[in-house]
Write a protein of this length. Sequence first.
Length: 240
Amino acid sequence: MTALLELSDVHVSYNRVAAVRGVSFRVEAGRIVTVIGPNGAGKTTLLGAIMGLLPWRGRASFDGVDLARLEVEDRVELGMGLVPEQRELFAAMSVADNLLLGGYSVRRDRGRLRAGLDDVYGLFPRLAERRRQQAGTLSGGERQMLALGRALMARPRLLLLDEPSLGLAPLIVRDILRIVAGLRERGVSILLVEQNARAALEIADEGYVLETGEIGLHGKAAALLGDPRLTSLYLGGETT
């Protein structure tokens, strides 16, 4: 299959620390790929480099376009979107206004902007009910829905998700990841970074295990779920 995102021998350092070393992987169109691993493994750093938020070296391309000299805005225009770990919502602004900010790249096309809002509200009915409510007053699950919805407003072809289950109750995690899995059916490819390895592998097509900045294990998600090495390290006590 065609690689939508492809990384080859990517290294990322900041504060003179080598956080990611020699990472290579690909995300094929229409697939969910997850990167799992412990805290401090370099998962968030890797996403930051892919999105152009951190300096990196190596080779990376999106749909055949070299990412080396592209700014964040250029990557968004190409069809990449990021939902950061901290969600980074504007707490004092309404749900609707946060979503409209996510559609900044299509702001000149009012029809497309309106269609984007309708799509997000259809996907997240709770956001429609709270569209005039301040983002800072939402529950944790609702804030994660808003962060996802805001990213979807730019109509990304590849969505980078950083720890979407962070701080959420197990039932809410299940709902959020069910929605993420549904995005694949809408034609959105997903690169999912997660500490909750079992939950991530249950919805992913492929998985990579990142350990101290390097890929330690890679395979089909279903195979990784049954891998005794992974079970003993990451899957033993996790629930969804």
